[in-house]
Design a protein around this ligand. Structure first.
Ligand code: NAI
Length: 308
């Protein structure tokens, strides 16, 4: 048997923890010794209204199971207030799970400015605001675990979710950069793209699937990524129903335009190579990797022109 993963002495902030996935994260961490800030605005799936009920209920659940928790009812856009709740109640913040979310699904040609702004505000700005407020404390502690929440819609695109996809992939970019900036201070930042039944997915899934895809399948992965022992950072994991896998970029080897021919016709000639993933594909992990072939080709161009 492997060692039980515990969170004693750790303070976890879980946003949007009044329902669905966030509730499952908060309950699991609370049951394993973490002190939990249960944040939830308590509004609708579309981002309307507010209530204290959702957060209060989960705080009660954690406490009645013998754990420690406090509620916070602020919107994630006011991240500093949420982190202040953690610092006031427990004196530190070790784990931030940026889970709060809403949907405003509509085809792009019908999307209003409000649909765009609300999704951006809750998902990307909210993730920024809560993380930013916790960051200095994590740096000083030389410990932090941040779990951000992307979505398959962001990774692959999905009809009717231009606002949501943009925000969710933005969250992955934020994750990758913060993983680099946090590395020297033992702050690990990862991202998940879950699939689970919740009031959110009940708007697009049959009830049978909502019931089967329990958030409790996702929570252990989030708990693992939140643990001291987890060394991963800057990664994104797709998961649900007890399956989890890391996702990475793959790039075709690519095509080189012939020296002296920077024409669209030259591009057409190499297009097959540009899109061929079978011939020695690469797996870039950094901007250095990304720029590698560009810089290499620049050298070849320089050499070729010096011979003219
Ligand atoms: P949910 O609707 O059950 O829970 C979201 C919670 O966030 C709600 O309790 C809501 O009150 C809270 N919330 C909304 N706006 C808030 C704000 N401004 N400040 C604080 N709290 C706020 O939804 P679910 O499914 O549990 O989603 C959790 C996260 O997972 C979201 O970020 C969602 O986009 C993401 N996700 C979920 C998937 C799924 O299959 N359920 C798929 C991909 C991503």
């Amino acid at each position: 048997m492997s060692e039980t993963l515990r969170y004693d002495g750790k303070v976890a902030v879980v946003t949007g923890a009044g329902n669905g996935l966030g509730r499952a994260y908060a309950l699991l961490l609370g049951s394993r010794g973490a002190k939990v800030v249960v944040n939830d605005l308590g509004g609708s799936t579309h981002g309307e209204g507010a209530s204290t009920n959702a957060a209060d209920k989960v705080v009660e659940e954690i406490k009645s199971a013998g754990g420690e928790a406090v509620a916070n009812y602020d919107s994630v856009e006011y991240g500093d207030k949420i982190i202040k709740t953690a610092l006031d109640a427990f004196g530190r913040v070790d784990i931030v799970i940026n889970n709060a979310g809403i949907l405003r699904d509509v085809a792009f040609h019908k999307m209003t400015q409000k649909d765009w702004d609300l999704i951006y505000t809750v998902h990307l700005k909210g993730t920024y605001a809560v993380t930013k407020a916790a960051w200095e404390t994590m740096r000083k502690q030389q410990f932090g675990r941040v779990i951000n929440v992307a979505s398959a819609a962001g990774l692959y695109g999905n009809f009717g979710q231009a606002n949501y996809s943009a925000a969710k992939l933005g969250i992955l970019g934020l994750t990758k950069t913060l993983a680099r900036e946090g590395a020297s201070k033992n702050i690990k930042v990862n991202c998940i793209a879950p699939l689970a039944g919740s009031r959110m997915t009940a708007t697009v899934m049959p009830q049978e699937m909502v019931d089967a895809l329990r958030p409790e399948f996702v929570a252990p992965v989030v708990a693992y990524l939140s643990h001291d022992s987890c060394e991963s950072s800057g990664q994104v994991y797709e998961l649900g129903a007890g399956w989890v896998a890391e996702l990475r970029w793959q790039r075709a080897k690519g095509g080189f335009l012939p020296f002296g021919d920077a024409s669209p016709e030259a591009v057409a000639k190499v297009w097959e190579k540009v899109t061929d993933y079978d011939d020695e594909p690469e797996y870039p992990e950094s901007t250095q990797d990304s720029f590698g072939p560009v810089m290499g080709n620049l050298e070849r161009y320089k050499e070729a022109s010096s011979k003219l």
